[in-house]
Design a binder for this molecule. Structure first.
Ligand SMILES: *Cc1c(COP(=O)(O)O)cnc(C)c1O
Length: 421
């Protein structure tokens, strides 16, 4: 300071939030983009993130675009929305999800959120009582870890088993849980593994939760994005075995992640979530939060009810082709193996065989050098708790995916041991 005295400022950034930004997908991808060589004339191939909305083949349906315009033009949605969301939207989400359930949801089971992201934030905030812990899948979606850190909710990880189609290691779940465990999280169809759980496995998950006296949070943001042998079954099917909270949004199935509209739904035919005060806490949490834009809420009934099957089947067709292409091309690359061909969502997990590579120490180094040398972005497994694995996004224009996989192959050949060119 000018007069030479040292000013002391009494404020500091919240440490939890600094850590959070280092462990989210966004944080990792931002740092990888930074390494792309600006002088490379080739376009960057983005196999890191799950937002194909920029690609022509993945443009959303005109039905959804019209629904927004129509909602806006009614002038009915210029107001603040109710805390829990506008009633027609809640009702249509209840109907939409009930199509796959053995019982009917009511509008009162549905809470509108700013994407699935806010639904995660709400439920973790609600559960974060002092001393509580939550069981998360490894690999998983790092936003859960980041959000739990912000709420000081203790995290314990159970493994998903690659050799069993990434099923939950339920023995590990039982071993991890104690009297302070409040919930377990599953993501189905899976991010990052592309798994789709069978009816039987989901039932076993619900039975395990019942035995442990915990609730199950099921992230079904990729619901119906399946293209393998297992059909999508919502975990809410087993809501009478253990209480289930279903999280979802229109971001992935309609490919409009920027529209920021999602939901948190209670699948609880026995009313346990009401009795234990979870429902009141959800409402309280939403009372101190913001809401999705009201006109987006107003468009939800038209979007859910009018979208034609051919829009969904076209998207599924492209991602299935991409999954086949990716699986076949990865087989040609000795230093990478894919233990499971994805059957849902937009990703696949592949394992690095580092012993076949020279001058690459781990997955992060692989991703950094790949970004620098080939302008290809993939997500290092360490972002999801799986060191020396990679997550590859397959929801992308096929020609670009093909180009990206060819560059990964060239990169691996260049860095292979005893295989200098
Ligand atoms: C993309 C994604 C989300 C976030 O969805 P939004 O609706 O965009 O907020 C949540 N969970 C998983 C597993 C995701 O992949």
């Amino acid at each position: 300071m000018e007069n030479g005295t040292k000013q002391i400022w009494g404020f500091r950034g919240n440490e939890e939030l600094k850590i959070a930004s280092e462990i989210t997908v966004r944080g990792f991808l931002n740092s990888l983009m930074f390494h792309v060589n600006k002088d490379d004339d080739r376009p960057t191939v983005p196999l890191g993130h799950g937002d194909p909305s920029a690609f022509p083949s993945f443009r959303t349906t005109g039905i959804a675009e019209d629904a927004i315009v129509d909602a806006l033009r009614t002038a009915n949605y210029n107001c603040y929305a109710p805390t829990v969301g506008v009633l027609p939207a809640r009702r249509s989400i209840a109907d939409y999800l009930s199509r796959d359930l053995p019982y009917k949801l009511s509008a009162d089971d549905v809470y509108l959120t700013i994407g699935c992201t806010q639904a995660i934030e709400v439920i973790l905030t609600v559960l974060a009582r002092p001393g509580a812990n939550i069981l998360l899948p490894r690999p998983g979606f790092p936003y859960y870890e980041a959000r739990a850190a912000c709420s000081r909710l203790e995290v314990r990880h159970f493994d998903l088993l690659p050799e069993k189609g990434w099923e939950v290691n339920l023995e590990a779940v039982e071993a991890l849980a104690d009297q302070n465990t409040v919930a377990m999280v599953i993501i189905n169809p899976g991010n990052p593994c592309g798994n789709v759980y069978s009816h039987q496995h989901l039932e076993k998950i619900a039975e395990t939760a019942r035995k442990l006296g915990i609730l199950v949070i099921t992230d079904e943001v990729y619901n119906h994005l399946t293209f393998g042998s297992n059909p999508f079954v919502p975990l809410g099917t087993f809501g009478s075995i253990a209480p289930v909270i279903t999280l979802g949004s229109i971001s992935k199935r309609w490919i409009v992640p920027g529209w920021r509209c999602g939901w948190l739904v209670t699948n609880d035919p026995n009313g346990i979530l009401r009795k234990t005060g979870i429902v009141d806490s959800i409402k309280g949490c939403l009372d101190v939060s913001s809401d999705p834009a009201t006109f987006i809420q107003g468009a939800i009934p038209q979007i859910l009810e009018n979208t034609k099957e051919d829009f969904f089947s076209k998207i599924i067709y492209i991602i299935r082709e991409a999954a086949n292409l990716c699986y076949e091309r990865i087989k040609e690359i000795p230093c990478i193996t894919c233990p499971y061909k994805p059957e849902g969502s937009m990703y696949t997990m592949v394992k690095l065989n580092l012993c076949l590579l020279e001058d690459i120490g781990d997955d992060m180094e692989f991703c950094l050098k790949l970004a620098k040398e080939e302008s290809v972005i993939v997500l290092p497994g360490m972002a999801m708790g799986m060191k020396n694995w990679l997550r590859i996004t397959i929801a992308i224009e096929l020609s670009i995916l093909e180009d990206g996989l060819a560059r990964i192959k060239a990169f691996c050949q260049r860095h292979a041991k005893n295989n200098k060119i």
